[in-house]
Each structure stands twice: as C-alpha cells, then as structure tokens.
Design a protein around this ligand. Structure first.
Ligand code: SF4
Ligand code: SF4
Ligand code: FES
Length: 1007
C-alpha cells in the first residue's frame, strides 16, 4: 500500500514557507525524526543515482484496483474526499523524476536479531529487511506527500519500489561511509529516500568509520550520551537485555488486579451506535453549522499540512484492516505461547505497549457506520498503544499547529502495524480485524482497561498509561485466535487524579470535569463534556486540534514522573499525590520548550495553499493561578438515552437535555446501592429513537448527459420494490455526512424499480454537487431519505403547463409521466441555452408523450416566448416552473400578466437565487416559555437557538427546503426564504435565514 502512495500530483498552489535551504532541510529532518527515523541526511540527486530500470513492487496491482473501486464503511471525517484524492493519485501517470534536484535519505536501525528459543522467534526471525523496509517507507511516503501538499514535486523510494540507488544516496547524504557502514549501527539498518524539487541544504559525506573518533562512536562519550543526544549507548536498544515479548517498558513491575480500578457494571453497559462519535455528529450538523463547516471534508485535519500528508495514507489503510482468512494449517496453539508471539511481533515492529484481553460483547458498538446492528464476531482483543512523541510534545502547547499531526502520526503507525499483525493472524487461519481511528467497531477505552494498559484518568475517555502518561493513541485488533489474557493494573492513578486537576485547569474548552467520578453508560468515569472538547478541536483557529490535557499532565513523561523516584512515590504512596501534583506545577513541568519547536505555523488557505495562519497561535505556558471548581463548570453529557439514531442522517443534539443529564449522573456507590435495591431508572439504556429516516440505495447507473449534468439511477440493494413516490417529490441524498442535498426525482413514479435524479455540477457552489460527481460511481451504496414531496401535482387540473429551465426539467419529467398515465392534458416547455447543455434530450424525444414537449434553445434562436405560451389561462389549469431564479421570475411575471390566479402557479427552487447583499442586525427571539434568545448580527436565528441548546433541524440552511420553519406568533419579519407562500409568511418563519425586520426587533415564536 505504501508503494502505491509514493507518488502523486503536487498541490498547484505553492505554500508560503521559508526560502532558506538550511531551514527547510532542518524542518524536513525534524519531521523525519518526529516519525522516528534514526538518521536523516540530505544530498543532491545526481543522474548516476537514478536506476536504469525502476524497481516496481509486483504486489500493488490488486490493491490499486481496490483503491479505485472500493467504498469504505466509515464515518471518519473527510474519508470520501480522501478516497477520491487517492483514486486520482493512483490514476495519475507517474512522471519521470529527472527534474528532482535533492534527496532526503532516511535510515532506520534494525532491532537486534531475535534469538532462537525466545518467544515469537518463529514469527519474527529473518524479517529485519522487511521490517526496515516498511518502517522507513512509512516516513518516506508521508514526507513525499507533505512536500507535494506544500506544492513541490516529490516521490518516495522504498526497498520494494524505487527509481534511485538508495545506497549511493545514503553515502552522498553522509549517513554511511563508502563501505556502507553506518556510525553506531554498522550494516544493521534499512533505507528509504524522498526525492524532490525543493531546494535544500546538503550534508557532507562521512569519512570512513576507521577515521571516526572512537570516544563518540563506541567509547564513553556514546555510552553515557555526553553529546546530549536523545540516544546513548547504554539505553539505545531497549531490547538489548529483554525479550521482545516483554516490551520496552517494565510492565512486569506493575501490580495486577482482577478487576479494573474503576467500576464497570458489565451486564448493564449500554451499547451505543458508531453514530454517537462526536466527530461524526459534527459532520452531520448535529452540533450546528459552524462545527459542520469545520468538520467538512476533514477540514480540521486538512488545514495542517503534515497532518494531511498522514491522513491520506491513513485513509488508504482502511482497506487493509480486514481480509481473507487462510486455511488453518495447524490445530489451535497454546494460548500463552500465541500471546507471547503476538506481543513479541508487535514490539519487534515498533509498538509501544500491547495488552491482551477478552473482548466482551459490551465493548462493541451496537450499530456500525451504516446503521446495521453489530453481532460481535470475535471474543479476544489485542490492544496496542503508540506513543504520540515525547520530543515534539515537549515543544508544543498541546493545541497549537502540530497537535493534529501528533495524533495522525500515532494513528497511522497503528494502522500499518495493526494491519500487519491482523494479517499474520489471518495467515494462521483465524479471523482478525484491526479497528482504527478511521473505522472501528469496538470502544477502545474499556479494552485498554481490561488488558492492563492503563487506568481511567480525569481526562475522561483517555486511559492513562504509567510509562507514557496520557500521551498515546490506541488501536485494537479483535480476533477468534485463542489468546492468554493480561490482567488490569493498579498504579495508584485514581488517588492521584482525585488530588490533581491540572488537566481540568489547562483544558482550553473547559471540557474536563473538576468534580468526582460518575457512572456513565455503565462505566465509572470522570465524564468530560465531549461536545465542548470536539467543538474546540474542530473550530480552534490558532492551531489544529488539541491534546493540551495530555501535554500538561504530570504523568506525561516530560513531567515530574520522568524521574523514577517521583513515579515510584506516585504509585505507592497515595497520600503523596497532592504534594506531587503541586510540585509538578511548581517546577513548571508541562510548559513550553521552544528548542523543540520544529514545525511551521502555516494553515490551509481558501486558494488551497498553506500559508501563515491569520489567527494568533495557541501557544502559552501553564495557567498556574487558575482555579477550576465543579461549581464554575456547566457540563453536558449524552448518555445512551440521549444517543442519536444509528443511521447516517442528521440528528440535532439537545444541549439542554445534555446539561440535565450531567446533573443527574450519580456516583458508583449510589449506583450500586440503587441496583441492590432493585431500581433500574438509574441505568442508561439505548433504544433506537424512531424509525430509519433513510433508505439504502444501490447506484446502478451513471450517465453523463452533458459536460455538467449527470443522471444517476438507483435500485434497491435487495431487488425489492422501492418506496412509492409522487411526481414532484425529491430525495435528500447523503452525499457525504457533511453534504446532504435535495434532488428532484425525474423518473416515472409508476416505476418502483428505480429512482432517478440528475445533478448539475455547480463549480462555484458549496461543494456538494462536485463531491457527488466525484464519488458516485456505479455500485456505490448511497443513503437517501424516503421521497418527500413539497411540489405536489394537481392531478385534477384541466390542463398543466410545465415550464422547465435547464436542470429544472427534472421534476417536470415526473409530472409528465404521471399526467400521461392519467390521460390528462399537458404541455412541457423546456428552455436551455443549447442542445449541448440540455440533459434528458434523447430521453424526452423517446417518450410516448414526446409530442407534448417543446424545446427552446437560445443558441438556435428558439428562445421561449413566455407571454405567448402563458397567454391563455383556462379555468382549472395549473402552471409549474422550476429553473434558475431569473427564468422562474420571468415565467411568473408572464403568468401574472396573463391573469393566472396565484393558486394556479407553483414554483420550486433548486438552488439559492442571487441576492443583493443585505445588512444583518441583531434581534431577539422570544420563546413560548418567555425565554429571550439574542441573535447577533453574524449568526442566524437557528444558530442562536443551537447555541442556547435548542436543537433546530436545518437541512439546506439557504431558505429553500423549509425544514427549519416554525410558527410565528408576533413580530415584523424580513422574510429571506424561497419556500413559503405569501399566505404562509403571515404565520410562519424560516429560522435559517429570516430575521426581524427592524434592528433590535423581537420575534415571538412557538418553540
Ligand atoms: S479535553 Fe479536549 S479541549 Fe480539553 S485539553 Fe483535552 S483535548 Fe483539549
Ligand atoms: S493532569 Fe492530573 S488529574 Fe489530569 S489526568 Fe493527569 S494526573 Fe490526572
Ligand atoms: S434549513 Fe432549509 S429552509 Fe431552513
């Protein structure tokens, strides 16, 4: 997979970055070290370093095909855009690299060779080359993508696919001497290279190893780390004296317990759908427009260039989370031996901590990303931890511009290594699936607890590890491979977090509770306000995402507990916790270390380039004087009874209900007492709210009718009849979670086998139609609402005049089918700029009612004479029009002039008409209960209600669909919608766009 991603088109918009080649070189090397390269060097790319024939990875063909055609089942933000980008990337022909001028060479050290007889030997012996190949490839692919994101050409070269002679470049870049010996490592390493057009300062070649100073190469200088390097001889290899299966951290020194240190009411844990994920909810607009905008296309990740480079690969690896299972070669192995093999292989590959546990049913989500119930297929879990990177976190504030890349780096590492371990298990003939941040069906925190990788911390859903603190990301493999399990651990964290609330104090959004643990969905937890946290992470302007709680926690290894005695005291002397927490603060641990800041504070701009962000960077030290108490906090939580439905369709969040739910949370003791008394009301249970608002459709055919208009034909996935619909109806199509768009149905309502829509690509629109045309390929499964009709046909009309402008012909076709079936009189006038721009041309000409269709093409001098067409109104006739605003206004004007009564005229907007700029003034909404909600000049009434915790369904946000309307009791309104009739406007208001007519006006509404 990594070899597929090694090349691609460069961003046409060049980033604004320093010009200095030295600064650029240091920046790229730092990024490489952030990705755990052991050495990085830079040289020019001489012609003699190019291979005569490129080395191609022979295994990529089937994967390329899968990337081109497969649809992921994920709610990860921006996954559709990522997959579409990847499709374009793998489809673009690879250009020669003769114009690349520089090479960044990456060297990865091999671990020591596994010893015969040590656990895992059978799995990992003789695999050093492959390990080095994909570990170095991960970094090379990410860096090449990063350079392309910045607007430079770049390609990665790996041990399996390369256009260059890597060893020659390693010599030139000063990583190895002419005999290919690397300092400190000899020949025990692997290489990868990135070639690029970016001008970079070069390193000098190395003198032979025999001429290097022994003191620094092998002597005391190296052994004791006297040069101040991150690595020293005495600690460079954590496995020098340990089997791989034990991992780099001394887990064997920890106290193991039979049950986690926080209470889990296992029989009553509420299983909730994947749809509850806050980032998924943001995309669907459940938390309002601002968050939806921040989450659209994964913007909160894409806005930072290194994170985008990581995210693309992360998306591609979704395809490798699962796969075919080999035939079982051997009978089941000894579970203890298998467990040791799994750990040895995982640690050998580079994971930081691994724990094994049962995977109880309650650790699985109730419904998957498509809303299908999940029947747990596996009962064992392999939980894995990846360190988010100590050095970089030391230089960061936790919520500045590197924060999101720290997360993505760790997520990507698990996606790759977890995919390898899962594939190894499948090769043994057992089922195994990796659950990644992009697509997972288990809740990871309880599995981390059960497998002894950490304890519940004040940070809420973050499980804190005694050796890494909270600075980690996790992933899980579930399997039916029999495994011996680990036990939970107790390292005294509960007492410590009771005495410390540094994370609550430092959290910029106030999401972390300063109060006690409470029961939530059957778990005892310091329940944080995930809505506040997600809101901050998605919308912050001075950085990208946030992990400040992890950064500032004393258990983060840069904090107090980097020192062993303090860590020992924290684990073994609970009473020392308050003192240690204060000491950590007094020593300024968790503050900023500017020496370690290597990244650029650049952000994605509207033109697609990365350039310095306009908002001040979130970069600050500790807020030691701040005191946060539970009384100052207003928190909202959404336990199972408030969870959304499982389907991929908007479900507005009710913050008022969330606040009440937080206030109703009870302690574990009270919970147990109530349960013992036979009460059940305190137990959080999930019930699917309502029936599915969406149906799943299979995209059977895609027909490009004009350069801009494409017709899509859907069928039912199981071949049954589709829900009935009426002429004039539309579908709300879930293009991606953030793009829900209405399209008129254009087929024959009598045909229950198919639904048809046609989509005009609006290049200057908000992106929905462009995305649809990019990702809707035959075979795709699509969710859409059941047909909704706001444009009904008056079937009893004496005559029906169907006036279509451009794409507005779609509902008219359905009308024509129906009127023809009823034997009613009608005429369809279809106006278009030219035949080349007209969709449905051949289809209309082939209909049995073709004689009632008249075409008007301006390019052929056939512009419709509206006055003539509408001249003769006859009693009982109805006229329908759909098209551009200008066209419909002209039609309506002609009809009115000809004396058509208002109730015979019907129009439907398919896009927002051009509007003159209007000034917004603040005003007030008065609710039924007397509450007054202020609406500021830069928000809509719907936004203000959302802010106040009153959910309003918003679909188009443009005043077209009518979904957000409510009853108006009093007040003068400036109606800005395109959906209400004049009569309706007397008593109704559209909340997404209409406002009070006067500055400071008050509107009484029935909410
Ligand atoms: S809880 Fe969320 S917003 Fe608060 S510090 Fe942690 S990541 Fe940041
Ligand atoms: S900062 Fe303090 S309270 Fe928060 S998780 Fe770390 S130790 Fe616990
Ligand atoms: S959300 Fe469509 S009219 Fe307001």
């Amino acid at each position: 997979m990594l070899d597929i991603l090694r090349s691609g088109p460069a961003n046409p918009a060049r980033a604004t970055i320093p010009n200095c080649p030295t600064e650029r070189a240091q920046h790229l090397k730092s990024f490489a070290y952030f990705c755990d390269a052991d050495m990085a060097g830079i040289c020019q790319l001489p012609a003699h370093a190019l291979r005569d024939v490129a080395l191609e990875n022979p295994g990529i063909g089937p994967l390329v095909q899968r990337l081109r055609t497969e649809q992921t089942k994920s709610l990860a933000a921006g996954i559709d855009q990522t997959m579409a980008d990847l499709r374009d990337q793998v489809s673009a022909p690879a250009a020669p690299i003769t114009n690349h001028s520089h090479a960044l060479v990456l060297l990865y050290a091999n671990p020591r060779a596994p010893e015969k007889g040590e656990p895992g030997y059978d799995w990992i012996a003789n695999s050093a080359r492959q390990r080095a190949c994909f570990r170095s490839a991960e970094t090379a692919v990410v860096l090449a993508e990063y350079l392309r994101v910045l607007g430079f050409e770049a390609r990665a070269h790996t041990g399996a696919a390369s256009d260059v002679v890597m060893a020659r470049l390693a010599v030139a870049a000063g990583l190895v001497d002419a005999d290919l010996q690397a300092p400190w490592l000899g020949e025990n390493y692997g290489l990868a290279v990135v070639t690029t057009t970016m001008q970079l300062a070069c390193d000098q070649p190395l003198a032979p190893m025999t001429m290097q100073p022994r003191f620094w190469l092998h002597g005391a200088g190296w052994q004791l780390g006297l040069a101040g390097s991150a690595k020293a001889g005495h600690s460079a290899d954590p496995y020098a004296k340990r089997p791989f299966a034990m991992g780099p951290h001394p887990f064997e020194t920890l106290k193991r317990v039979d049950h986690p240190t926080t209470y889990i009411d296992a029989p009553n844990v509420a299983r909730v759908p994947k749809r509850t994920d806050m980032f998924a909810r943001a995309q669907f607009g459940d938390m309002g427009r601002k968050l939806q905008k921040g989450a659209a296309g994964g913007r909160y990740v894409r806005k930072q260039a290194p994170a985008l480079a990581q995210r693309r690969a992360l998306g591609a690896f979704v395809l490798l989370q699962d796969g075919p299972i080999a035939t079982k070669a051997q009978p089941p192995h000894d579970p203890a031996q298998i467990a040791a093999n799994v750990k040895a292989a995982s640690y050998y590959l580079g994971l930081d901590a691994v724990g094994l546990s049962h995977c109880p049913e309650w650790a699985w989500y109730s419904h998957d990303a498509l809303g299908q119930p999940i029947t747990p297929p596996h009962d064992h879990a392999i939980s894995m931890i990846v360190d988010q990177g100590y050095e970089t976190m030391e230089g960061a504030s936790g919520d500045d511009w590197i924060s999101v890349a720290q997360s993505m780096r760790a997520y990507l590492r698990f996606s790759i290594l977890g995919a390898v371990i899962a594939a190894q298990i499948r090769n043994l003939g057992y089922s195994a699936r990796a659950h990644t941040v992009m697509d997972g069906e288990v809740l990871q925190p309880p599995l981390l607890l059960l497998s002894g990788l950490g304890e519940v911390s004040r940070i809420g859903e973050v499980i804190l590890n005694p050796f890494l603190g909270p600075r980690l990301k996790s992933g899980v493999i579930t399997t039916d491979l029999p495994l011996a399990h680990d036990k939970p651990i107790d390292f005294g964290l509960q007492a410590f977090c009771e005495a410390c609330n540094k994370c609550a104090r430092e959290c910029p959004s106030g999401a972390i509770t300063a109060g006690p643990k409470r029961m939530f969905n059957g778990y005892e937890i310091w329940k944080s306000d995930s809505q506040k946290c997600a809101t901050y992470r998605i919308t912050t302007e001075g950085g990208a995402m946030c992990g400040r709680c992890m950064k500032t926690c004393p258990w983060n290894l840069e904090g107090l507990f980097a020192e062993r005695p303090f860590r020992w005291a924290a684990m073994h002397v609970p009473k020392a916790a308050p003192l240690l927490a204060r000491l950590d603060d007094a020593l300024g641990k968790g503050g900023l270390n500017d020496t370690k800041k290597w990244w650029w504070d650049i952000a994605l701009q509207d033109n697609g380039a990365y350039a310095p962000a306009s908002a001040p960077v979130n970069r600050r030290g500790l807020q030691k004087d701040l005191v946060v108490t539970p009384q100052q906090q207003t928190m909202a939580v959404y336990p199972a009874p408030l969870a959304p439905w499982p389907w991929p369709y908007p479900f507005p969040m009710d913050r008022e209900a969330g606040i009440k739910a937080f206030e109703s949370l009870i302690s574990a003791d009270d919970y147990r007492a109530k349960s013992a008394a036979g009460e059940t009301a305190h137990i959080h249970r999930y019930q699917v709210p309502g029936t599915a608002p969406v149906v799943q459709l299979a995209l059977a055919d895609v027909q490009q009718m004009t350069p801009k208009i494409t017709k899509y034909t859907f069928t039912s996935p199981d071949g049954t009849a589709l829900p009935a619909w009426q002429a004039g109806a539309h579908l709300d199509v879930v293009i991606t979670p953030e793009f829900l768009r209405q399209y008129s149905m254009s087929g024959d309502p009598a045909n229950r086998d198919i639904y048809e829509i046609a989509v005009l690509r609006e290049d200057a629109g908000r992106g929905g139609s462009k995305m649809l045309q990019r990702i809707f390929t035959p075979g795709r499964r699509v969710f859409a609402s059941r047909p909704v009709n706001h444009f009904p046909l008056h079937e009893e009309a004496s005559h029906s005049l169907l006036m279509a402008g451009g794409i507005g012909v779609t509902p008219m076709i359905a009308f024509a089918h129906r009127l023809h079936a009823l034997g009613r009189s009608f005429q369809l006038h279809y106006s278009c700029a030219s035949p080349e721009d007209a969709g449905f041309l051949a289809e209309l000409q082939a209909q049995p009612w073709a004689e009632y269709v008249q075409f008007h093409f301006s390019s052929l001098g056939q512009r419709a004479d509206l006055a003539a067409i509408l001249a003769s109104y006859q009693a009982g006739a109805h006229m329908y029009t759909c098209g551009s605003d200008r066209y419909m206004q002209a039609v309506m004007q002609a009809a009115r002039q000809a004396g058509w009564p208002e109730d015979a005229l019907h129009l439907e907007y398919f896009s927002v008409p051009e509007q003159p700029a209007q000034e917004n003034h603040p005003f007030t909404l008065r609710l039924l209960d007397g509450r007054e909600i202020s609406v500021s000049a830069d928000e809509s009434a719907a936004d203000a209600l959302e802010r106040a915790g009153i959910g309003v369904d918003v679909k188009c946000a443009d005043g077209i669909c009518g979904v957000c309307q409510c009853t108006l009791r009093a007040g003068a309104v400036q109606h800005r919608d395109f959906v209400l009739s004049q009569a309706q406007r007397e008593t109704r208001i559209i909340l997404c766009c209409s406002r009070a007519a006067q500055p400071g006006g008050v509107l009484d509404i029935t909410l």
